[in-house]
Design a protein around this ligand. Structure first.
Ligand code: OAD
Length: 224
């Protein structure tokens, strides 16, 4: 069976990484316009780097949880799994998943805003850091900000449309184009979330509860 999986911040919540829109989430502590837009970066690059440096430090201190591990295990089985994530953390990779499609980029990568060169991010970045390729002081995190185009959309849309099963895990379904992927799915659709998202009715089926319990249990059903 072809399975396309979309994950969001909820899958990493029990690893201690904050979600965005839950009570006390990142967007209640930080102004999205200031830290997650190209305009915010142009106004105050040091503030934006500080925000992502803190996210990177949290991520490095965190470990993959049972939900990440179960998805890595699923991909090792007989099914053809495409794992798409909105998360910029690397917990899927550290759980053993390969070829994870990071549609919103990756905290652990740096991007030169001047020449588009990409490299492994150091633990902390600053606005004056030179690009290793062109030396311009134009270093930014290789993450997709609001107003920018998510990465790998062609590959993602093909995988979702061609899947027998599309599963969204731990996402509020408030950010497009990720939130609209369920509309492209031709096969069965399943939402696994702490509680039904605002697009829950677009899915054929829902499983509610914390990802560390629901995801391993769901993966187990696919072994039968
Ligand atoms: P959100 O914070 O919007 O949503 C997280 C979802 O996970 C919510 O629906 C929660 O109910 C659910 N959740 C919380 N804890 C959970 C748990 N333990 N188990 C299962 N579900 C749980 O995060 P995303 O939907 O990922 O983009 O946000 C999408 C994008 O918005 C992010 O990639 C980021 C953000 O702004 C950019 O920065 C461009």
């Amino acid at each position: 069976m072809k399975i396309a999986i979309l994950t969001g911040a909820g899958i990493s919540a029990e690893s201690g990484l904050g979600t965005f829109r839950d009570k006390g989430g990142l967007w209640s502590q930080y102004d999205l316009e200031e830290v997650a837009t190209p305009e915010g970066f142009a106004r105050n690059p040091a503030l934006v780097h500080d925000f992502y440096n803190a996210r990177r430090a949290n991520c490095m201190a965190a470990s993959p949880n049972d939900a990440h591990l179960a998805l890595a295990e699923l991909a090792a089985g007989p099914h053809e799994v495409t794992l798409i994530t909105q998360n910029v953390d690397d917990l899927h990779e550290r759980a053993g998943s390969q070829d994870v499609i990071h549609m919103h980029g990756a905290l652990m990568r740096a991007l030169c805003a001047s020449c588009d060169h990409r490299w492994d991010a150091p633990a902390a970045m600053a606005p004056a850091d030179p690009c290793p390729a062109c030396t311009a002081p134009a270093t930014r995190p290789d993450v997709v900000w609001f107003g920018e185009v998510p990465y790998h959309m062609d590959r993602i849309m093909t995988a979702v449309a061609g899947a027998d099963l599309f599963v969204a895990i731990g996402t509020s379904a408030e950010v497009y184009p990720a939130a609209g992927l369920v509309e492209l799915a031709m096969g069965e659709t399943l939402e696994i979330n702490l509680e039904p998202s605002m697009r829950a009715r677009a899915f054929d089926r829902q499983i509610g509860g914390p990802a560390t319990e629901t995801v391993p249990a769901w993966v187990n059903t696919l072994r039968i």
